[in-house]
Design a protein around this ligand. Sequence first.
Ligand SMILES: Nc1ncnc2c1ncn2[C@@H]1O[C@H](COP(=O)(O)OP(=O)(O)O)[C@@H](O)[C@H]1O
Ligand SMILES: [Mg+2]
Length: 370
Amino acid sequence: MSTATIARLLIVDDEAALMTALCKTLELEQYATTGFTSAREALEHLRHHRYDVLLTDLMMPEMDGITFLRSAQAIDPNLSVIMMTGHGTIDTAVKSLQSGALDYVLKPFRLDNLLSVMTRALAMRRLQVENRELQQRIQERSRELEASNAELESFSYSVSHDLRAPLRAIDGFATLFMHEYGSQVPQDGLDLLANVVAGTARMQRLIDDLLHLARFSRQPLDMHTVSMKDLVQRVMATLQHQWPGRARHVEIGELPDCCGDQSLLEHVLTNVLSNAFKFTATRDPARIEIGAYAEGAEQVYFVRDNGVGFDMKYADKLFGAFQRLHAESDFPGTGIGLSIVRRIILRHGGRVSVESRLQEGTTLYFSLPR
Ligand SMILES: Nc1ncnc2c1ncn2[C@@H]1O[C@H](COP(=O)(O)OP(=O)(O)O)[C@@H](O)[C@H]1O
Ligand SMILES: [Mg+2]
């Protein structure tokens, strides 16, 4: 064993002979040992030295083993503790396990017994340390990711913002040109110009959507109890108004309240429900079902339609910005809705998913922590 991997043991027992014997025996087993007969002195020493395992007597005149254990772990939370206890005190041994000791050995013990307990304690300690390090690394990683996300967002925000002015200029000059010189331009030329104007209008919509996405990503969450039922009914009323006329069966199931940012959740519902309206445009009657169920610590809400559906092969893509599976001429849109939905739900600590069958219908799920 190299010096770097030698395990350091702190041994505390008020019986000096036992403590010295333990230190010597365990040294022979290639452990680095330090012994104390006083719990107070051991604690003082622990403040300035690092150990892997603390092997301590449960009954000591100066301080009982459990108080000692707690104080030691307050100094070094990674310290593994093994209690040594006499036969009569098994209850206290259980209590010491409950207080954070990893294991105990009954006195008088055999060396092989002690060694196997020791090996286990060391393995446990290594796992704990590794686990803490991993968690720390994950936290650092998430902080880095958050920072680079924020950077990307502000980049896309400022790019979108800066694109607006030149776009307005193209649109303005093209329109002006048509007005001023339209009579001198042949029809083919006018058609081309009309394409330019239509193109700028679409680009304007895309930019507005990008700005929305950026806004929904940054706007602080204003968390309250939200009545999902009221919210759905309100959004439904607006959409019925926007898409009048068609035969439509709408079924709204039990919708439990949730905790969230009401105005952001309204955008979620508006996007998801307007998709259900849009992609059932060719159905007679169109069916839309809104429901909810609990799943573990989450409340899942879903919107199901009997619309045109899509091939699940592309399902992952849909939550990315500007990803669409249907032609603009059949079903108009910019493809930003579901990425807004995803962004808002992720910010609430929830998840989104979708299930669909081509020509049969689609179900969009979003969950929120309960
Ligand atoms: N209910 C649905 N039925 C069928 N396809 C859907 C449905 N919801 C979303 N999609 C598919 O996902 C794409 C992205 O949706 P979305 O981001 O809301 O953009 P948009 O509505 O502007 O097309 C849609 O273009 C469509 O191809
Ligand atoms: Mg949409």
